[in-house]
Design a protein around this ligand. Structure first.
Ligand code: HEM
Ligand SMILES: [Cu+2]
Length: 523
């Protein structure tokens, strides 16, 4: 008798045989659904900002900054992190066939995150003067509730990450899972470790600023804030990276049966992400006077390569695994039959490849260039910056999340997909759109167009600024506009399929079983 004081209700997936802990399933559901709501909100804001960029001011100055603040926060914080919370619960339960500990506590944490997200959104949208962007650099000062919302959200997320650690320990201790963790869960574990560090850095940045806004302490040192903030902001991208790569491996397995040729090597590559956690943060403060030039250059050259080596390993390992799996199926004609006859109509597969290619090539190349100190001085705060991070965190991470959702909905949330035809084209349209507007942003930035700016034509400037008269700039901004419309259509297609399926999809037949740990631990 192992004294189960947890709900031992499990659902056995008829397709994969996965055992899904029911309370965990509900938690995955609520986090994923909330993530999609944030994605929709962020998407609606994006299209208005993008049209202002392309066609000139279509909102007031005031609203532009509110929307850009809301877009950054809803997308980068709320969409991504709610989805990641669904991912960590999935990785520690369904993938291991294990239970999720502390279910009530999880709901409490979810509520913290939800209340935080609502408070921050309300402050941005309904109260003037809270448009300090997600970076919230002092001396910009928003209402205390703006920061409080972000802090509550982060505390909820942090507690969920601790629960993930507990879940893994319990899965081993109670004998739900034996042996080493599956690669996907291992990748998520790495993301979680980085996540804990990240959220603690976030606290060092945001908490003093919050205390300042309620007049408890003087304004935090601005340079200190920027360093702490990027300890959070950059590391958060390392979480997204590790989670995305873990999903790539899982998608490769689910869509083609691919298993890494050398799994140990892939695990080592994940571990290098841990070593490189914070190395990249310095590229965000390359124009700041805080650090000396020698360190800046050393960091963004030699140290920086240590942080990219892991990604280079995955970049070889994942396609190799797919090629091997395909060749074993007999697709051996010529060099590329394995690729041409791959399941391109499956949005899980096309999403994986499009995310992989855009992230790897455009994200990698623009990122490496931006981390060079000399070039950074040239493009700092111009459109080249969002041109870079939309190919990484949108075409890369967000698209990978969408692609795995097409599997999570039927396999974990138990609903058949509605709109499979829409889903089939979605990754292509979204990928094409994001790539197009990011290329437009990148080149417009090289031509000097600023980011985060209400009126890039500087109509009201005292001096005549000739930034928009060049046909090339106009052309690039048209790419931004057209790409943004295409990306928004792709984003909306995902939301339609996800929402219709989750709420109205036919229930996937299932079998309920009571489970106790299958490998009782002796003693
Ligand atoms: C349809 C999809 C999207 C479109 C059309 C879009 C478009 C834009 C545009 C036009 C900007 C303003 C650039 C500037 O002038 O400074 C922007 C900023 C930004 N976007 Fe997106 N975006 C999309 C999706 C996303 C997603 C999914 C994420 C995150 C996962 C994201 C994260 C950001 C961030 C962090 C900023 C910077 C905000 C700031 O400067 O404070 N975007 N986006
Ligand atoms: Cu960074």
């Amino acid at each position: 008798m192992n004294g189960n004081n947890f709900s031992n209700e499990f659902r056995v997936c008829q397709t994969t045989g996965l055992k899904v802990h029911l309370p965990a399933q509900r938690l995955i559901w609520i986090h994923a659904v909330t993530a999609v709501v944030a994605l929709l909100l962020g998407g609606l804001m994006a299209i208005i900002i993008a049209m202002t960029r392309w066609l000139g001011p279509i909102t007031s100055n005031d609203w532009f900054y509110r929307l850009i603040t809301g877009h950054g926060i809803n997308m980068l914080y709320f969409w991504i992190v709610f989805f990641e919370m669904a991912g960590v619960i999935f990785a520690a339960t369904a993938v291991l066939g294990a239970r999720w500990p502390g279910v009530k506590f999880s709901w409490f944490n979810y509520l913290l995150m939800l209340i935080g997200a609502i408070l921050t959104n309300v402050m941005i949208l309904f109260k003037k003067g809270n448009d300090v962007m997600f970076t919230a650099y002092p001396p910009l000062k928003a209402h205390p509730i703006f920061y409080l919302g972000i802090i509550l959200f982060a505390v909820g997320a942090l507690l969920t990450l601790f629960q993930f650690m507990a879940a893994i320990v319990i899965a081993k201790k109670e004998g739900w899972h034996k042996g080493s963790l599956p690669l996907f869960t291992f990748g998520i574990l790495i993301a979680v470790i980085i996540g804990i560090w990240t959220l603690l850095s976030g606290a060092i940045a945001y908490v003093p600023v919050f205390l300042w806004t309620i007049d408890l302490i003087p304004m935090p040192n601005v340079e200190f804030y920027r360093i702490a903030f990027w300890g959070f902001g950059h590391s958060a991208q390392q979480i997204n990276l590790a989670a995305m790569v873990a999903i790539w491996y899982l998608l490769a397995l689910l869509t083609t049966g691919a298993k890494p040729i050398n799994e140990k090597f892939s695990r080592i590559a994940f571990v290098t992400y841990l070593l490189g956690i914070n190395l990249g943060s310095v590229h965000h403060i390359l124009v700041d006077p805080t650090l000396g030039s020698a360190y800046r250059i050393f960091n963004t050259s030699y140290l920086f390569y240590a942080a990219t080596i892991g990604s280079l390993i995955h970049a070889v390992s994942i396609p190799a695994a797919i090629e091997k799996a395909q060749r074993l199926k007999g697709l051996t004609n010529g060099k590329f039959e394995w690729l041409t006859k791959a399941p391109w109509g499956n949005p899980g597969f096309s999403g994986l490849i499009i995310s992989f290619v855009i992230f790897g090539f455009l994200g990698g190349v623009t990122g490496v260039l931006m981390s060079v100190e000399q070039l950074n001085l040239l493009h700092h705060n111009n459109l080249r910056v969002p041109g870079h991070f939309h190919v990484t965190v949108v075409a890369g991470t967000s698209l990978a999340f969408m692609a795995i959702a097409y599997y999570v909905i039927p396999l974990v949330l138990q609903r058949k997909l509605i709109g499979e035809k829409i889903a089939k084209f979605q990754p292509w349209i979204f990928g094409l759109g994001v790539m197009t507007f990011s290329v437009g942003m990148t080149f417009a930035g090289i031509l000097g167009v600023p980011r985060r700016h209400f009126d890039i034509s500087f109509r009201d400037a005292i001096f005549q600024v000739d930034s928009m008269s060049s046909g090339l700039v106009k052309g690039m901004m048209a790419l931004v506009g057209l790409g943004a419309i295409t990306a928004f259509i792709g984003l909306f297609m995902f939301i339609i399929v996800a929402v219709l399926s989750v709420f109205f999809g036919e229930k996937v037949p299932t079998k309920m079983e009571k489970h106790t740990p299958p490998h009782p631990v002796a003693g």
